[in-house]
Design a protein around this ligand. Structure first.
Ligand code: USQ
Length: 382
């Protein structure tokens, strides 16, 4: 298939590109280096320096013989998006081209505006390009479990049947996000839903939980192919942060009481989920929503697991509850459905001691590069 990946330089975009190319697909990636630039501006560089996208693609090709076409460009510019669609005629598009950090979106006016403009414009341009050039193309959009927030009822996969005054109908599940970034994802979903029901495009919106992990099948061949692994407070997700903190002998930074529960998944499972979505496309006029995570943990549970896995490697890991920089519930009900991807064939790589220990070993290799100044939270939800 001709697969276009928007945001192909990212933590998920790059491994996705390699994984599809390695399966023989014709892969085109575009990225404007927004994350790389923000990381530099905010002193949030990844643990392992990654070559630029052209160089990564060249390294991958020299090792595997698979080609990934690369363009450095901005999909919020419709002329750029339009030209790529006209030339490449994608059959599927994976849309990762968003400012992905909740803390960044909460720094102040400029960062909030950038997040809103970038994320909404990228999604809008994508929809317009699909309508104009390839109306049959399947859009796979990365949403987030954070769209739902933490309601006091079970979370469904995207849709809920509501009975009201003797009548019933189906609606998008109520969403109440906890950051401006997460709110842009809610707005993306609404935008997609409007164009699905009005113009009949086909969309899969994947509500993904925090992802963890360092390597994938393709990156084991050469560390220069690793995804950009962040442990800072801006781009680092909680598990990856805890792994680096464990190695750096910094007490694990549990925010507040640590009762926050989220749905987590291994980076390798993200790749499986995207592939399952592509191989089983949404129908025309369907907004298919799938909750993309494999297991739920509280932050306290995660900390204990990393502590236990650390022991296996002789690491003495301590845990410290610190003031929560975010505004979020620290003790709440959480029971989201997630059978859709399993029904499509997802075989989860669960987080066990061996998986955590393997990731810790990789981090230990890069121990000298850890900058402990990047660990404590700098952004408050105020
Ligand atoms: N947390 C800590 N200590 C830390 C870092 C985080 O206790 O050092 C807590 C947070 O307060 C939160 C939970 O861990 O309750 C998850 O935080 P996170 O930073 O791993 O994830 P989040 O900011 O929600 O965002 C990440 C990705 C985002 C994705 C989202 C999925 O950056 O792109 O959409 O995970 S979800 O969390 O389900 O919304």
């Amino acid at each position: 298939m001709r697969i276009l990946i928007l945001g192909g330089d990212g933590y998920l975009g790059w491994p996705t590109a390699m994984s599809f190319a390695a399966k023989g697909h014709d892969v085109f990636v575009i990225d404007n280096y927004l994350r790389r630039n923000i990381a530099q501006q905010t002193q949030s560089e990844a643990l392992i320096p990654t070559p630029n996208l052209h160089n990564r693609a060249a390294i991958f090709q020299s090792i595997s013989n698979y080609q990934i076409r690369v363009e450095i460009g901005d999909v919020t510019d419709f002329r750029t998006m339009s030209r790529i669609f006209e030339d490449f005629q994608p059959e599927a598009v994976v849309h990762y081209a968003e400012q992905p950090s909740a803390p960044y979106s909460m720094i102040g006016f400029d960062e909030a505006k950038l997040t809103l403009n970038n994320n909404l414009n990228a999604t809008f341009n994508l929809i317009m390009a699909v309508l104009e050039y390839v109306p049959d193309c399947h859009i796979i959009k990365l949403g987030t479990m954070g769209e739902y927030g933490t309601p006091n009822i079970d979370i469904e996969e995207g849709w809920i049947d509501i009975e009201h005054k003797g009548r019933s109908d189906k609606f998008l599940f109520p969403r109440q996000a906890g950051s401006l970034y997460h709110t842009t994802k809610v707005l993306d979903t609404d935008l997609l839903w409007f164009y699905v029901r009005t113009f009949g495009i086909r969309v899969t919106d994947l509500m993904q939980g925090p992802v963890y992990g360092l390597s994938t099948n393709e990156s084991v061949q050469d560390d220069r192919l690793l995804p950009n692994f962040h442990y800072d407070d801006i781009f680092g997700t909680v598990v990856n942060r805890f792994l680096v903190q464990a190695v750096a002998k910094v007490p694990l930074t549990v925010y507040g009481q640590g009762g926050q529960v989220r749905g987590y998944l291994n980076l390798k499972d993200t790749l499986q989920c995207i592939e399952l979505a592509i191989n089983n496309p949404a129908k025309k006029g369907q907004l298919r929503i799938l909750n993309q995570f494999t297991e739920t943990f509280s932050v306290n549970e995660l900390a204990s697991r990393v502590q236990k896995a650390g022991l296996l490697l002789g690491l003495d890991v301590s845990v410290k509850q610190i003031e929560n920089p975010r505004k979020e519930s620290e003790d709440h009900y959480y029971n989201p459905a997630h059978s859709g991807l399993i029904d499509l064939g997802l075989e989860p790589n669960y987080m066990n001691d061996a998986v955590l220990a393997q990731m810790l070993e990789k981090v230990i290799q890069y121990k000298e590069q850890i900058d402990t100044g990047k660990i404590m939270p700098r952004v408050r939800w105020k």
